[in-house]
Design a protein around this ligand. Sequence first.
Ligand code: SF4
Ligand code: SF4
Length: 736
Amino acid sequence: MPGLFQQIQAGKLWDFHGGIHPPGRKEQTNQKPIAVLPIPDRLYLPLRQHIGVAGQLLVRVGERVLKGQQLTSAENSMAVPVHAPTSGTVLSITPHTSPHPSALPELTLVLEPDGLDEWRQREPLNFLTCDNMTLLSRIQDSGIAGMGGAGFPTHIKAGLTQPVDYLIINAVECEPYISADDLLMQEAATTIVKGIDILCRLLNPKAVLIGIEDDKPIAAAAMMAACSQREHYYVRLVPTKYPSGGEKQLIQLLTNKEVPNGRRPADIGIVMQNVGTAFAIAQAVLDDHPLLSRIVTVAGDTLNQPQNVLALLGTPVSALLDACGFQSQPQQRVIMGGPMMGFTLPDLSVPVVKTTNCILAPTAQELPAASTEMDCIRCSACADACPASLLPQQLLWYSKAKDSDKLQEYNLADCIECGACAYVCPSEIPLVQYYRVAKADIREQQREALKAEQAKARFETRNARLEQEKQERLQRNQQLAAARQQQQLASGANTAVADALARIKAKQAQAAPAEERSKEQILAERELKKQQAREHQQQKAEQQKAQQQATEQHSEPTEQTATTATTNSKAAAVAAAIARAQAKKAAQAAEQDATEQQLTPAPNTEKSPQAEVSTEADPRKAAIAAAIARAKAKQQAQTEHETGAVPATASTANKPAAGSDVVTAAEDPRKAAVAAALARAKAKKQANAEATEQTAASTPVTPEPDAVVTEDPRKAAITAALARAKARKQADSENS
Ligand code: SF4
Ligand code: SF4
């Protein structure tokens, strides 16, 4: 039994599960040469036209660019640049409808061609003499990505370091209508083989297998002729069956190898490149011609001239259709890609990109729109047609249920979205659409899970770092403490802590008796202060008594007043306080009374019975009036004494002199008593002032009773109460 390689060399082919045989309809275009379109008015160049990331912009709006000039950089390994397909001016860089089933806007550079088609400087390479890195850089810098439809960066697949057994060139253009690769092989087989040479230089495979469907005899012949001088280049014609051009399916067809789930062909020693990609590599390396254009099949019964065209990247679909005599119909659909895997365009301004291989403008009869979806009848036709040996029916259920776990369990990831299942489904269920949505959901969930995992890893790393720092700190502190202890032990001294504790204890021992002593001192001081207060009060009482006696000696009180002043000092004190409090209020009335008495003739100065009754009823007013009268009499007496008119004697005062206040006061014993009380109060004030001066340092200063009474009646009442208390004390002391 020959080995696998011998079987391959012998031209043996294998088969894959499932597959369908839709009508090819390639005759519309595969008999005509490739047409070169005129340069359109505008080119719309999305900055990302492949699987990966977009490069950084290298040009600005308004800048003129040359043909082949790089518009974006390729700093990231997953980035490939885009180039100016012709010379012209950058009009704008703005979001534009993307050539994607989602039709989401993508950042797009709008170029206005100047018609000169002026090239930048070009530097072809000799791939036989330059190193692999130079070749890979050239491939990346030329913006080459898989042109079979996937758009994977070519330099990554071409730069594999692991051993490669087979390099497979995919020329199986299995989808109906599409004949772009067919025409490319017919017209540029030699260049394609040069591209394969470059790939062999990079990958060094054991054999090159070029797979071509058996419905492309001209292309197959051209390729065989071009490869005739190459050892280990094998052109293999595979049966026409959809989807033979699938990566895993073609590998199985040519090598009988199956790519395990979740693995890549490189894992089993196989690298696959599209025939158009090989052509682009040859152009890039040998001519320094970056990827600026591609062959696009423009087909459909609405076109007068369906054909393959060489279109500049960025050419709007409308320009392609116009060049092929497009006759739009009602409910017209325009599909990018083939009828099996393509998608309907939202509008015709969508540009041609690196992965665009077909624009299909069919009539309604030619390619009817999807009819109403019906329920699954569990016929299993989809499972029979699936080239990936999946269970499309189960995948449909779990897609509708959004059960990601089950979808992954049933290997949704292996679905190549070929559409064979939907093609055979009698219920017209758009199965592929369900799978695309489910795949997008799973990708999003995986992205979220990855982000959560990264966040968790960051959190755990941080915790570990903090814990390590804590342990290091602890260890450091322990080492320092041990070093200190050793040092202290070495010097024979006690520890600082023990010293501090001893000092604290000693302080506490001293503090206790001190506190006891201070309490005793405080009690003694209080007793001393109390004694001083008692002495002070006694002294004040004696002074008041002396003043009272002096006042009594100087005045001539009536018998009643003297008795009252002597025996009832309490009443006197009250009267004094009240008199002080009401002095201000009664001053005006007293003045008025006094004025009236002065102005009124003698008989009238004597108080009427009514007035006497009134005075008796209000002793305060009487006291105030008496005080005022006494003050005036005193003033008058002084004046007369100074002028010598009347001697200020008691005998004079006893004379009944009409119009004299003194006489009036002398005749009224109540007034005289009040005057005596006022005099005592004044004397008391004076004595207080003297006492205050003497004991200012030790005794707190009390406010003047008059001021207090004037300002606040409550304080006046308190002061009066104090006065009463003092008078009581004084009376007690006198009694004792
Ligand atoms: S082909 Fe359609 S109807 Fe039949 S089992 Fe599959 S999904 Fe259901
Ligand atoms: S679209 Fe997916 S499930 Fe359907 S036949 Fe193709 S590979 Fe199988």
